[in-house]
Design a protein around this ligand. Sequence first.
Ligand code: ADP
Length: 504
Amino acid sequence: MRILFASSELYPLIKTGGLADVCFSLPMALESLGHEIKIVLPFYRAIKEKINPDACLFKGKIFGCLGEISIFSTTISASGISDKAQTNMPEIEVLLVDVPDLFDRAGGPYVDENNCAWGDSAYRFTVFSRVVAMLGNDQLGLHWKPDVVHCNDWQTGLAIPLLKLVKKPPASLFTIHNLAYQGNFSKAEYDYLLLPEDWWSIDGLEFYGECSFLKAGVMHADWVTTVSPTYATEVQTPEFGERFEGILQFRKDRFVGILNGADYSQWSPQNDPFIDTHFSSDSISRKRLNKTFLQEKLQLPIADDIPLFGMICRMAYQKGVDLVIDALPELLTQNIQVVVLGSGDIYYEAAFKKLKQEFPDKLSVTLAYDEALSHQIEAGSDFFLMPSRYEPCGLNQIYSLSYGTLPIVRNTGGLADTVIDVNKQTISANTATGFVFEKANPPELIKAVSRALSLYRNKKLLMQIRLIAMASNFSWEKSSREYERLYRLAVNDGNKNNKPISRE
Ligand code: ADP
């Protein structure tokens, strides 16, 4: 099949979170199943600073965009940015949508340099979605018509109904990576976007008095997916549904949870491109050298017998960052080290800075985005803290397992689907891989950390559980086949049950 994959992030070109990793590794897995994939992405300034595109495939104006649009082409390979010298690596073409007024700016895809959301994102991602839809219908002269357009998150949600403005659109699939981010905008902004007037309706984009780009994707895609089976169930309840529970229940026959996979060519102790000392379950003693490396790099006392806890995340309420902040003063009275890497909410960043001053020998805090350090933390830590309030899938706990870095997680979403709690039954069944706790409060987190510390003292059992964790396999092989199955259903089924809102 020909598949056009649309996203606002793509590793290694631009990444703010797991979306970028998934939009890299899932297409790679699909390509290895024999499909023909192109990925379409905005051409942000940060990407311009990294690569020179190979060719310009389109230049011109389209309806709904004031500026001129160019589409450039580049390729990425399984090892990251394409290296022409390595001809045997699978490669995927990336179509970069260049609208300089909208994407050639300092700052990130969604926020400016001061971490403030861009004020014109409704327009930016409407234009991007228009281009995605036109590519999907082969209206820009590329002579490549996909069988399926796979859109990801609200930034590409509008592309789904826009695709259906023509008579024979390709099949469509929409993936929700995080339901909390909905792309909701006011009626005044909506009016400025030049979308069909009758889309402002309950069956269209209207959502509690605003318009929602996420709703556009959820309501109109042939199939809707999210990134773990447990999250797919959770979001159909008011507790996790973020006001979408009714809409998702309405679409439940076409709504599936498919667990994200890990790209073990980047995230495994055997292959990791960012660590000096590789190891495997046969040479697990070498993991210690990664711990020493990390302690040295972050100027913590170098000692193998001090249990080291890692944490890498966007500093957001979702991630339970406040639980860690509240638990740390008590946890750090013990002989442990904690290494934190993240950026985001300035309130949390300030709290970590303050704690770092109080516990300089026990706590390392890096408030930045640092790809290399994130890998080194996975490799060098003994345990990984991920106490998310909700977690659509979560990748870091999956990465942690592969490095024998036992995750400490809440029983929610993808965390519940990937980590098996250490207890009597799971120890004797040889299935335990980490620590799972129920309630999002500091005492429960502290209890889970205490359980981890007890295990740390029992070296034989610690080794047994590390080996089980390292043997767990969350590769894309199975999940990419599930996507493939949905693509086929969508293509075969056409749009029978899913009429466009209106046609121009
Ligand atoms: P989310 O997408 O909700 O942020 P995930 O666990 O699905 O969470 O994915 C997070 C990804 O982003 C992981 O690859 C993680 O290593 C990476 N990441 C998050 N924060 C940072 C950071 N400050 N520096 C480097 N990588 C980070």
